[in-house]
Design a protein around this ligand. Sequence first.
Ligand code: ZN
Length: 331
Amino acid sequence: MKTERLYPSLKKIVWGGQRLIGLYSYGGERLTKQFEENRTPSNIAESWVFSCHKKGRSTVIGGENDGKTLAELLEDAGPETLGTHYRGGEFPILIKFIDAKRDLSIQVHPDDAYAGEHHEGQYGKTECWYVLDAEKDAELIFGLDRELTREELAARGGKKEVMEVLRRVKVKRGDFIFIPSKTLHAICKGIYLAEVQQSSDITYRIYDYDRLDEDGKPREIQVPDAVAVSNLSPMDVSFQPMGKEERSEGYAKTLLTECEYFKVEKIETFGEYRGEADETSFVSLIVTGGEGLYRDADGEIYLREGDSLFIPANKGAFTVRGNAELLKTTI
Ligand code: ZN
């Protein structure tokens, strides 16, 4: 199987901004197909750039497989394409860009055990964020400000009083935040980021600022589930990447995180980066800034901001030449 360039599934949500539409307007018909009833799409909240999830699949753009979903492609190619770390079942990860023009609801995701019990066949969700842009004084909500009992969280759930016990943290471009499942969290307005997560769409909202949706109804919240799964202790908010920056000729590499679900590295190229897709895992490369030229034994692919590549396991050596910032994810 060849390396494929992917076009995202775009999500229109009330809190989204205009930024992603600029990145993906080149999609032409592909884009209008996703927004058939709305020919001038706005408020694009998320681009699912690396996804086999049934709620939004990335599709191949260019080449002989143009238009196929990544899921279809992997089904044809077989599980070897995913590598020896793949444990079977659903495709393990989902990668998105998120453009928050307004605050997101306060939410929490279950772990695998709770998800397995309550949502058959689905994963829980551990996720991480790499902040690409943030307005001055932009904030995130991350865990609790103090130790809480489950009773107190339940009493505050669904009400604005829950805001009094949540921790607010200022963020800036370049920050990296690891969010284990069961952590209450929210992205607040003015933040643009890339997210790597387990491939799951289970979210329990505990508070949504009493907002109304497009039909004038309050958006659904799931207080009992949110209370049941939430970690009740405050979390560390130093937000450091796991590794130090390593400089080589032509590029710099920083290990952002390595957990049981994914390993994410940031790569900045200022010449040539040499990478490898070995037998253990496929490689996701997403471009978070700049541009470059990807090359492997099969040929070249031009890359620019917002792009996403699927590189099959065992593909071997590849290079990216240019001035680009990339996130490289493996399982
Ligand atoms: Zn989340």
